[in-house]
Design a protein around this ligand. Sequence first.
Ligand SMILES: [Zn+2]
Length: 316
Amino acid sequence: MSLIYTGMPLDRCTNQRKNKDWLNSQFNSDNTLFALIRDGDNFFQRDNPLLPVYLRPDQLPGISVNSCVFLGRDESVAIFALDCNKLNFAESQAIEQLGVWRQLRQLGSALPAADAAIQALAKGLVYWHRTHLYCGKCGCLSQLIEAGHARRCTNSDCRNMSFPRTDPAVIMLVERMFDDGIARCLLGRQQNWPPGVYSTLAGFVDPGESLEEAVIREVDEESGIKVQDVTYVRSQPWPFPASIMLGFTAVAHTQEIDVSNDDLETAQWFSREQLQHFASKESSDSPQPGQYKSSSSDSISHYLIQAWKNREIGRY
Ligand SMILES: [Zn+2]
């Protein structure tokens, strides 16, 4: 099972992005396509909301290579991302007729995998540019360089470079073999989640902390459970807005849950038998008391829970 937002089908051409002649030739090709982002939303076809709109150069006459981010290319087509908040009113109005704006996460796992990966990259890079307009060192305006994969301060005494950031977050399936011989996993929920939804625990990695240490600390802070045997499983880009989720399993050597020290509303141990009866988060039915829903089907949390239920990961 591959995770959504992974599996980029385009060659990112990392070694060529600094070459301005090469970049201009990509940008000026008649075949080049543009993925659009506006206010964090992606652009989809009006009559088929699972297919993104990719515009041709003749549909965007006013843009320049200096306002676009190169995403990658396949054998025949280069694709750039364009932040539509930069367009003037007339250009924006013309584009409105060509599709509809949607949140990528609302479509998530229903999207074609290749489009989901391209659109996630577009969303992540456009967000980075929008939130890093100024130099973090001297405060002067910075400008997009290297095909949109870096920014440089315009202050000639500074010239500080910055690069797209991805915040590492650990997400972990904690398991324990109970005295009754039944293995259970630890899931929690936050107060603002829809009723009945439970997910794996997760949290950001601190500076100066290994991933394994982050897993041990986060589980302890959120649930009071002590874990060991932290094992990496797989990762998922998560540009909502700027993370990568690093998935682990861990074995609990304590059992008593205490959520009083952090922001979880509650946490609970679930057996595989209980997980069998979880409804999908996307189902519109309100859960009955005592009935649960799993995390979103596009998330690595959903994958970790399913893989543990199917005995594909974990010790027990
Ligand atoms: Zn600066």
